[in-house]
Design a protein around this ligand. Structure first.
Ligand code: PMV
Length: 330
C-alpha cells in the first residue's frame, strides 16, 4: 500500500477577547472578533497517514488511545466540500498531546490546528486556508494556526455592511498573527478542577445565539468595540488597557452565559473558588503593584496574565493556597 505521512505540531491559545457564538454554523463564522495569546509549553503533534481510498477516516488515536471516529469523520466530511481531493484517500490519524490530564486547557484548539496543518501539507494549502479548515473543527483552533505570540480572528464583516457572499466572508475570517513576539509576559494557568464540563463550549455558545436578543447583541457590539481598542493597545504595548479589557471580556463571557439559561437550567462554568482566586489576584494588583489580568475560558480555572517580573508574587500566593499551576513565559 502506498502510504504517505504528513506531520505537524500546534499549541493551545488563551483568548483575551473571547469567541462565543457563530454567525454561520457551517463555515464557523464567529459573531465577533477574538484575540489570543499563545501558550507553548503544551503541544499536540499529529501524524496524518494517507493512502488511496474513498474519504474515510479509518483510525484516530490520541496518545495511543482510540478517539471519537464519528466526530473526526464529520470534520473530514465538512472539509471535503472545499477540497474534493480528500475523497480520493483514506486516513489514519495518530496524535500525541503532552498536556498533563486536566491541565485546564482544552486540547481541541491545538488538536484541530495540528490536524489542519498536516492536511495543509498534504493539500498544499496556505496558512490562511489552513486556519479556515482548523476552525471548522474547533473555532478557537483557527488562532492556534499562525506562529505569532498574539493572534487575531476577525469576524470577517464590515462594521455596518455585512458581506453577502459566504465564500468572501470566509476568506476574510481567519486567524492571523498580530504580533510575532510579545516578550516579558507570563501566563499562569491554575488548576482548580479537572472535571469535564457538563456542556461543551460548542454547545454552550449556541444557547445565546439561538435566543439572541438585546443582551447578546449589545455584548457583541461592546466586545467588537473593545477588540479594536485592544488591538491598538497591544501594538502600543499599553499593558494597562490590555489587562483591563482582558478582565472585562472574561466577565462578560460569563455574564452572557448566565443570562441565557438552557431551557430554564442555568449554565455556569465557574466555581466560588474561581472568583475567590480572581479576587486574591486583584488584591495583589492593589497592594503589591502587580500589573496583570485574570481570565477564564468556559471552565472554572483562572488564568493570570502578567509581567514576568511579578511572577513570584503570584506564585507564592498560589503555593500558600495549595493551588497547582503551569507557567508559560513568552
Ligand atoms: O473553540 P471552542 O468551540 O472550544 O470555543 C472556545 C471558547 C472559549 O474558550 C470560551 C473562548 C475562546 O475564544 O477561546
Amino acid at each position: 500500500m502506498n502510504v504517505k505521512e504528513f506531520i505537524a505540531e500546534a499549541y493551545p491559545n488563551l483568548a483575551l477577547i473571547k469567541y462565543w457564538g457563530k454567525k454561520d454554523e457551517e463555515l464557523h463564522i464567529p459573531t465577533k472578533s477574538s484575540l489570543s495569546i499563545a501558550f507553548r509549553i503544551f503541544w499536540t503533534k499529529t501524524v496524518l497517514k494517507i493512502y488511496p481510498g474513498e474519504g474515510k477516516v479509518e483510525k484516530i488515536a490520541i496518545n495511543g488511545i482510540p478517539d471519537d471516529l464519528k466526530k473526526i469523520q464529520n470534520f473530514f466530511d465538512k472539509i471535503k466540500k472545499f477540497y474534493p481531493e480528500i475523497k480520493k484517500y483514506n486516513y489514519i490519524i495518530e496524535s500525541e498531546n503532552n498536556f498533563p490530564s486536566g491541565a485546564g486547557f482544552a486540547s481541541s484548539a491545538s488538536g484541530y490546528a495540528a490536524l489542519a496543518k498536516a492536511l495543509g501539507k498534504f493539500l498544499n494549502l496556505s496558512e490562511r486556508e489552513i486556519a479556515i479548515i482548523a476552525r471548522i473543527g474547533s473555532g478557537s483552533a483557527t488562532r492556534s494556526v499562525p506562529s505569532g505570540d498574539i493572534v487575531v480572528w476577525k469576524r470577517g464583516f464590515n462594521s455596518d455592511k455585512e458581506l453577502s457572499n459566504l465564500e468572501e466572508v470566509s476568506k476574510r475570517s481567519y486567524g492571523k498573527t498580530l504580533v510575532q513576539k510579545f516578550e516579558g509576559i507570563s501566563i499562569i494557568a491554575t488548576v482548580l478542577s479537572n472535571k469535564i464540563k457538563k456542556i461543551s463550549s460548542r454547545e454552550g455558545m449556541k444557547i445565546p445565539v439561538s435566543n439572541a436578543d438585546g443582551i447578546y447583541n449589545a455584548y457583541v457590539k461592546t466586545e467588537e468595540k473593545d477588540f479594536k481598542v485592544l488591538e491598538k493597545a497591544i501594538l502600543k504595548r499599553d499593558l494597562e488597557t490590555v489587562f483591563d479589557i482582558t478582565i472585562k471580556s472574561a466577565m462578560r463571557l460569563h455574564g452572557i452565559i448566565l443570562s441565557y439559561p438552557n431551557n430554564g437550567i442555568p449554565v455556569f462554568y465557574l466555581y466560588d473558588q474561581s472568583l475567590e482566586l480572581a479576587e486574591k489576584f486583584i488584591e495583589l494588583i492593589r497592594k503589591e503593584g502587580v500589573i496583570g489580568a485574570y481570565t477564564f475560558d468556559a471552565g472554572p480555572n483562572p488564568f493570570f496574565i502578567l509581567q514576568t517580573k511579578d511572577e513570584e508574587i503570584v506564585t507564592s500566593m498560589l503555593k500558600k493556597l495549595n493551588v497547582n499551576y503551569y507557567i508559560y513565559r513568552l
